[in-house]
Write a protein that binds this ligand. Structure first.
Ligand SMILES: Cc1cc2nc3c(=O)[nH]c(=O)nc-3n(C[C@H](O)[C@H](O)[C@H](O)COP(=O)(O)O)c2cc1C
Length: 249
């Protein structure tokens, strides 16, 4: 559940109603400190809660609010990376030292090397996003999967910083247009029209890969093949265990 301010505000009560009806076991909130009443409602129904944030200060605040776990999201990741520019490499060990609840590391993790590194940094687990875009199950157009698989770590850029809502996105013509409008201090409405979601939907559904903006991590540089989700996760765990054993030897 995103707690960020939104163009089209989200009805959290309705979300909670569906979560409870459908017996969703875990809910991740992101953005602002999760409200205590929301957490209480979820906890009373046995739902585990996690909060995703981009600084240790916000992680401590979420812990104080009562979440079961916190995800620390580094700025190499795809999505709303915040304004601090802190990397997973620093956020994870800082949070591991500062927090009592379990922590997850997110941002830039796409294979077993990243998984093992995150565990070494003190994380109890990881959250992955971009790696799951290039999977057989992901319901985006094949053209987009192929374009992302061919992209490198240089093919992302942070946009929407001018609106204090920085998003790491795939560097396609739509994201470059947003960056250009921001640097020329264009009317906010012109920028918002490009990121409102209708163009992204066209890209997802019809494969017009230049049309919309899509969140994307620097980890895209180490993603080169569409795989089933099971193979991604299983491969990550196996690779991490192999490296651990090699290091132990
Ligand atoms: C296409 C895409 C859409 C995302 N949408 C959201 C979102 O709506 N809310 C949110 O909190 N995080 C969102 N994220 C962030 C992911 O949940 C996750 O934290 C992030 O992708 C982890 O970093 P990684 O991309 O390096 O794996 C999105 C990420 C991607 C790639």
């Amino acid at each position: 559940m995103s707690l960020f301010p939104a163009l089209r505000p989200i009805d959290n009560d309705l979300y909670v109603e569906v979560i409870l009806q459908e017996d969703v076991p875990v809910v991740e909130t992101s953005g602002h400190r999760p409200p205590e009443d929301l957490l209480e409602l979820l906890k009373a129904a046995g739902v585990k809660t996690m909060h995703k944030c981009v600084s240790v200060r916000h992680a401590l605040s979420a812990q104080e609010a009562g979440v079961d776990a916190v995800t620390l999201f580094g700025s190499e990741g795809g999505g709303h990376i915040g304004e601090y520019g802190l990397s997973t490499m620093i956020l994870a060990p800082r949070a591991a030292d500062a927090l009592e609840v379990p922590i997850l590391a997110a941002g830039g993790i796409a294979d077993g090397r990243g998984l093992l590194a995150a565990l070494a940094l003190g994380a109890d687990g990881v959250t992955i996003g971009t790696r799951l875009l290039v999977t057989e199950e992901c319901p985006i157009h094949q053209n987009l999967k192929e374009a992302l698989a061919a992209a490198t770590e240089l093919d992302t850029l942070p946009i929407l910083g001018s609106l204090h809502n920085t998003l790491r996105a795939w560097k396609n013509p739509a994201a470059l247009k947003v960056a250009e409008l921001e640097s020329s201090q264009a009317d906010m409405r012109e920028i918002l029209a490009l990121v409102a979601g209708t163009e992204t939907k066209r890209m997802y559904q019809h494969g017009e890969v230049d049309a919309g903006v899509i969140a994307c991590s620097q980890s895209i540089g180490i993603i080169s093949e569409t795989k089933p989700v099971y193979a991604v996760i299983d491969g990550m765990v196996r690779e991490a265990a192999m490296i651990r054993d090699r290091l132990a030897a």
